[in-house]
Design a protein around this ligand. Structure first.
Ligand code: F6P
Length: 564
């Protein structure tokens, strides 16, 4: 089914009304202190629940009317149509002519109705693959699957990059307290040999399983690292006399220590991995939307199939909410629309994501690929130029670390930086400092930061503390710095699935307003191709060197002069 050209959001009546509304708010003065004073119900009106997550939007630079107008914008750009097309397998990734069906990865088999896409029963395929992964994970977890010398697997090393790395490593870090089979994981992504060297230095080859994850199985970094890992494994096993070095023993070692995840199973076999130990996924899963597919095999091994199922259920709860809740009350869509409000009306360039949970320390990095590879686009899905700014920079670090690093700029800098604060009521590591519950001390910071950002500190308040007049300006906080507080009961496989799905759908919402294909990534191709062309020029091919531009030539000359 051909998709309609995007609606130009900037030409809709809702956009004009939003512009007018923005101008009105500016002329009346945006003032969160006053807005809270004027409306005792403000927080109640701007608080939402989705799945088991709680969202307080009241410290944003919005009035309830803003959300009404943003919901109207969503309707006028036909966001509902795009959501439905995504869920039903229409090829909305039109520059690659692909369906976008990551939501099918977590659709329960029990849900009514088949989902036949391009002649394929998608949910059936997903469940069959999941079952194979779960069977394999159970074998590794119970010790039925062993290394070539008969030892149990103790370490899983995931080799992949981009979506084949960032999701799994983020989830592994986030759910560490749930690892219950005595198996740890490591993640190698960078082609910089330092990454592999450091991650294999103290590794026991006899107890290590490599999971090579690549959707295309042609990514330079991943295949180079996979070959290096294979050489490392065979050398080490031979040095330990765990194999005798014959071709047969080497092939057997690869079979027992390497599995793969890919859509290109022929290439997996050519690499030497037994197709019986390869787990497939489909071209309708984008790399950055794939952590809940076979790409999460390392997670199914470390945390077990039951936890992985809970993880999928969390995604599905938010999927259902997003698909079925009217935009006026749909906090998932509204968060995406608020981002549009900040980018296009306030001119925000970036968006901070600040988890108050150390286990989520890789979450901002994961979100960078999800959001920026998706919406960093200058043309719309019909090939015409975008009509407004797109794709803000997502960034962040866990609190409280960030407070002692970059929060200064958020509090007192000249730029508006909307921020999402994420926290959980419970910790798996309760601690006391004397009588003080340390998690409560931590949460006090989560509450305090959004309060300080919203309400600031006036010059009079600063003076009343006896501050010398000369330094009063430096100690004033203007406030009116927007934040969204996301609160959950505990960081679990379920709530983590919810959080990921939340940001996936925020990304779709923003991309739909801007009219971009949030599922292609042509922008990463040119650099890859040039690296291939430049490689021979670096060390030996003088003709290839001569063909380079003057700056590249000069840099390579520096390299040749300084290499040891
Ligand atoms: O960086 C481009 C990209 O294609 C990402 O979208 C993807 O997640 C990553 O490379 C890895 O690709 P693959 O899984 O095919 O190795």
């Amino acid at each position: 089914m051909a998709i309609n050209p995007p609606v130009d959001a900037t030409q809709t009546p809702a956009w004009a009304q939003l512009q007018q509304h923005f101008n009105d708010l500016q002329s009346q003065g945006i003032n969160l202190r006053r807005w809270f004073d004027d409306d005792p119900e403000r927080t109640a009106k701007l608080t939402f629940e989705a799945g088991d997550l709680h969202f307080d939007l009241s410290k944003n630079l919005i009035q309830p009317q803003t959300l009404t107008l943003l919901a109207q914008l969503a309707k006028e750009v036909r966001l509902d149509e795009r959501i439905e097309q995504m869920f039903t397998g229409v090829h909305i990734n039109n520059t690659e002519d692909r369906a976008v069906l990551h939501t099918a990865l977590r659709r329960p088999a029990s849900e009514q109705g088949e989902l036949i896409v391009d002649g394929q029963d998608v949910v059936k395929d997903v469940r069959e693959t999941l079952q194979r992964i779960y069977d394999f994970a159970d074998q590794v977890r119970t010790g039925q699957w062993r290394g070539v010398s008969g030892k149990r697997i103790e370490t899983v090393v995931n080799i992949g990059i981009g979506g084949s790395d960032l999701g799994p490593v983020m989830v592994y870090e986030a759910l560490k307290p749930y690892a219950d089979a005595g198996i740890t994981a490591r993640y190698i992504s960078n082609i910089d040999p330092n990454d592999l060297a450091e991650k294999t230095r103290d590794l026991d080859p006899e107890t290590t399983l490599f999971v090579i994850v690549s959707k295309t199985f042609s990514t330079l970094e991943t295949l180079t690292n996979a070959r290096e890992a294979r050489a490392w494994l065979l050398d080490q096993l031979q040095a330990k006399r765990a194999i005798d070095g014959s071709d047969a023993s080497r092939a057997q070692a690869v079979k027992q220590h390497f599995v793969a995840v890919s859509t290109a199973l022929d290439k997996v076999e050519a690499f030497g991995i037994d197709p019986a130990n390869a787990f497939g996924f489909w071209n309708w899963v984008g790399g950055r939307y794939s952590v809940d597919s076979a790409v999460g095999t390392s997670l199914a091994i470390v945390f077990g199939p039951t936890r992985f199922e809970e993880f999928l259920k969390g995604f599905h709860a938010i999927d259902t909410y997003y698909r079925t809740t009217p935009f006026e009350r749909n906090v998932v869509a509204l968060m995406g629309l608020m981002n549009v409000w900040y980018v296009n009306f306030f001119g925000a360039h970036s968006h901070a994501v600040l988890p108050y949970d150390q286990y989520l320390h890789r979450f901002p990095a994961y979100l960078q690929q999800l959001t920026m590879e998706s919406n960093g686009k200058s043309v719309r899905w019909d090939g015409t130029p975008v009509t407004t700014q797109t794709g803000e920079i997502f960034w962040g670090e866990p609190g409280t670390n960030g407070q002692h690093a970059f929060y200064q700029l958020i509090h007192q800098g000249t730029r508006l930086i909307p921020a999402d604060f994420i926290a959980f009521a419970n910790t798996p590591n309760p601690a006391k400092d004397g009588d003080q519950d340390v998690h409560e001390l931590f949460l006090a910071n989560y509450f305090a930061q959004t309060k300080a950002l919203a309400f600031g500190k006036t010059a009079d308040e600063v003076r009343s503390e006896g501050t010398p007049e000369a330094i009063v300006p430096a100690r004033v906080f203007t406030g009116n710095r927007p934040t969204t507080s996301i609160f959950g009961e505990a960081l679990t496989p379920y709530s983590l699935g919810e959080l990921i799905a939340l940001y996936e759908h925020i990304t779709l919402t923003e991309g739909s307003v801007w009219g971009v294909d949030s599922f292609d990534q042509w922008g990463v191709e040119l650099g890859k191709k040039l690296a291939q062309e430049i490689t021979p020029a670096i060390s030996k091919d003088d003709a290839a060197l001569a063909a380079q531009d003057q700056s590249t030539k000069s840099l390579i000359a520096f390299y040749r002069a300084h290499r040891h």
